[in-house]
Design a protein around this ligand. Structure first.
Ligand SMILES: C[S@@+](CC[C@H](N)C(=O)[O-])C[C@H]1O[C@@H](n2cnc3c(N)ncnc32)[C@H](O)[C@@H]1O
Length: 272
């Protein structure tokens, strides 16, 4: 791909979403953008670039960002963090919140929904007695409209349900429709999906949460953006709340009220 075109699209993507596309990944960017260009009726990538560069509308910007995000996810990703949520974090939160009886959880880059639904499944399966007495709210956000649409539908193909989801959960909480599986309304009811750019957390999110997941998304940001997003998420945590990153990720900064705790193989960040 011509450097001028590569720089235009990577510059736009980084400005809008924080995602840094490194040189060497041109082929990935080129294939994804070509597909979008053709679907929008442009002849090729140059034609697309010429057509939009001086007339960038919000809708096309969203489509470009959507096309260039990596939405890889699966149910109970890495397993052990969900063990920690089940065995350590949720029991502690239910106990701690016995007074106000409200638990707020946020999956902040939820992709196609498997992450927030995994937590909802744990709650339904192991903490069902609390459902009638506590207000349990799982907020799930992402920048990709296409991913969010799929998440809201809650319909997964055979390969997707084979990745990480225990078969007992599949039988109990999903309904087969042809070659696909639809998640039950009981699970869906616990989760609220919304569009949110992590770069806007500081200005747009007023709620406070007891557990925040920010998994496998900071890896796409440069150091300054990582720090800014991490700090803004940390400010959305209640005291005594937990933040979970991807299994291979670490906080980009240290903060006075940030305590590292280990539950089994999982490292979590506790707001003291
Ligand atoms: C690799 S997926 C990870 C999904 C899930 N957290 C997991 O661990 O399985 C990364 C997600 O981050 C989202 N994302 C990237 N930049 C974002 C931003 N600035 N704001 C919100 N979501 C973003 C992408 O759309 C994508 O769905």
């Amino acid at each position: 791909m011509e450097r001028e075109i590569f720089n235009f699209f990577t510059g736009l993507l980084e400005k809008v979403s924080g995602i840094s596309y490194q040189t060497g990944k041109e082929y990935l960017l080129e294939n994804r953008l070509k597909e979008l260009a053709i679907s929008l009726g442009y002849k090729d990538l140059r034609d697309f670039y010429e057509g939009i560069r001086n007339n960038l509308k919000p809708q096309i910007i969203n489509q470009i960002v959507d096309t260039l995000t990596t939405n890889e996810t699966y149910f109970f990703r890495d397993q052990h963090p969900f063990e920690a949520i089940k065995k350590n974090i949720l029991p502690e939160l239910f106990q701690k919140k016995a007074q106000d009886k409200t638990i707020k959880i946020w999956s902040s880059a939820c992709s196609t929904g498997q992450e927030p639904y995994s937590i909802a499944l744990l709650i339904l399966e192991y903490f069902s007695t609390y459902i009638s007495t506590y207000k349990i709210n799982i907020y799930a956000t992402d920048i990709s409209e296409t991913s969010l649409k799929k998440a809201k539908e809650g319909i997964y193909n055979q390969i997707e349900v084979n990745r990480g989801l225990p078969v007992t959960f599949l039988i109990k909480y999903f309904k087969q429709e042809g070659g696909h599986w639809r998640i039950s309304d009981d699970v869906k009811r616990l989760v609220r999906f919304e569009f949110l750019n992590l770069l806007d957390v500081e200005n747009k999110v007023r709620e406070r949460f007891d557990l925040i997941l920010c998994r496998y998304v900071l890896i796409y940001f440069n150091r300054d953006t990582k720090t800014k997003v991490f700090k803004s998420l940390w400010n959305c945590l209640n005291n005594g709340g937990y933040l979970l990153l991807g299994a291979t990720e670490i906080p980009p900064i240290s903060l006075p009220d940030l305590e590292k705790k280990t539950f089994g193989n999982t490292i979590v960040y506790y707001k003291a």
